[in-house]
Design a protein around this ligand. Sequence first.
Ligand SMILES: Cc1cc2nc3c(=O)[nH]c(=O)nc-3n(C[C@H](O)[C@H](O)[C@H](O)COP(=O)(O)OP(=O)(O)OC[C@H]3O[C@@H](n4cnc5c(N)ncnc54)[C@H](O)[C@@H]3O)c2cc1C
Length: 376
Amino acid sequence: MRKKIAIIGSGIAGLTLANLLYKNKNHEFTVYEKNESLSLDEGYGIQMSVNSVKILNQIGFQKIDINKRFHPAGVDFYNIQNKKICDLDLIQFNTKDYKYTTLLRSSLIEFLKDDIYTQHIRFGKRIKEVSELKGKVLIKFDDNTNDLVDMVVGADGIFSNTRSFFEKKKNKPIFKNAVAIRAILNSNSGLNLDETRISLMMGKNCHLVFYPINKNKDLNFVCIVRVKKYNPDNIKSLVDKVVSQNSILEEVFKKDLKSWPLYATSKIIPSSNSRVFYIGDAFNGFLPTLAQGAGQSIESAYELFNLMDEEKNIIQSKYFEKRLMKVKIVRRRSNLNFFAFHFSSKIMQSLRNLIMKFLLKRKGFINSYLGSVYKS
Ligand SMILES: Cc1cc2nc3c(=O)[nH]c(=O)nc-3n(C[C@H](O)[C@H](O)[C@H](O)COP(=O)(O)OP(=O)(O)OC[C@H]3O[C@@H](n4cnc5c(N)ncnc54)[C@H](O)[C@@H]3O)c2cc1C
């Protein structure tokens, strides 16, 4: 049966689902976004592992301008003094058709908006009220428009407002006592890094990641620092803590810096309404230490899309069951990485480095640690 679907939120999750529905044409859909436009000026990068690239290829991702993306061959791990510890080969997960990809988030959004922008996205829309009517959901927006739909998909991020209309149980995201500081560097970081690869430097209570985002080799830089409280006016003190561990890093932090507090979803709770679904960060928000937030947004959209033609009671249980399994895997690994990347004790750091050197050479370990995540 042809369904009418309201997608709330035009981030990576909402736009991916919209594109899959657009290509398939079996269902009617509209994306409702609270902002007045898409955020295309956000100058930061995103890593897409093969699980998400494989899905995006189904909607034409391979056609994105070759100059606007990059395929790093691996990850180099360093200590904060820039001394290499070990490396990870990413090519082993690639195939001819899908490869580990890095790009600007804005390039991805630009691509995702192309086919659906004029016909299917409505801006400046916030839900005011919801009710059930004739077996459907009536959504009233605060600009006094409304829509009567068969399915509502909450794709409105980690602080999902959609949840507050449909769920009694709260699932408040938790501040993870960490802040991300980001910048785009032009070509050269000034550090001794192979800038065609992803470089990850681990320091005391912090780690830094550099990776190329296009053929010009502009570098995305992100530094995660542990801190009890987020104060956007006091980023300088966090930067000082990092730079005190290696003064060469001072140059890197001279760029235009942006900062974000890091939150993660506390519990994995299913939707209590058979017509309402959550995808992306609205389903579960992760720490960025496995670079899987966007990947999981894409995967969750794809999983839901594949169930669309089934009976509504079945969709909910099948969707949640599959998503739960994957989220648990990704969450465990993101949390473990977060823990291991930030040791402050020298003994723990040395022990971690030895373990990493040992494990990253083991194919069996890599296949179970990353292979299970990169499988979609
Ligand atoms: C520092 C950092 C680095 C990261 N790096 C990576 C990476 O390398 N690789 C990766 O895969 N992931 C990464 N992520 C995670 C990734 O960016 C997110 O997980 C992903 O963007 C989530 O997409 P989403 O569509 O679910 O939510 P969002 O991107 O949050 O989009 C939600 C959309 O809904 C809209 N909205 C919100 N409320 C409402 C409302 N009430 N009504 C209507 N619309 C609403 C918002 O305006 C927005 O457009 C990183 C995250 C951080 C913080």
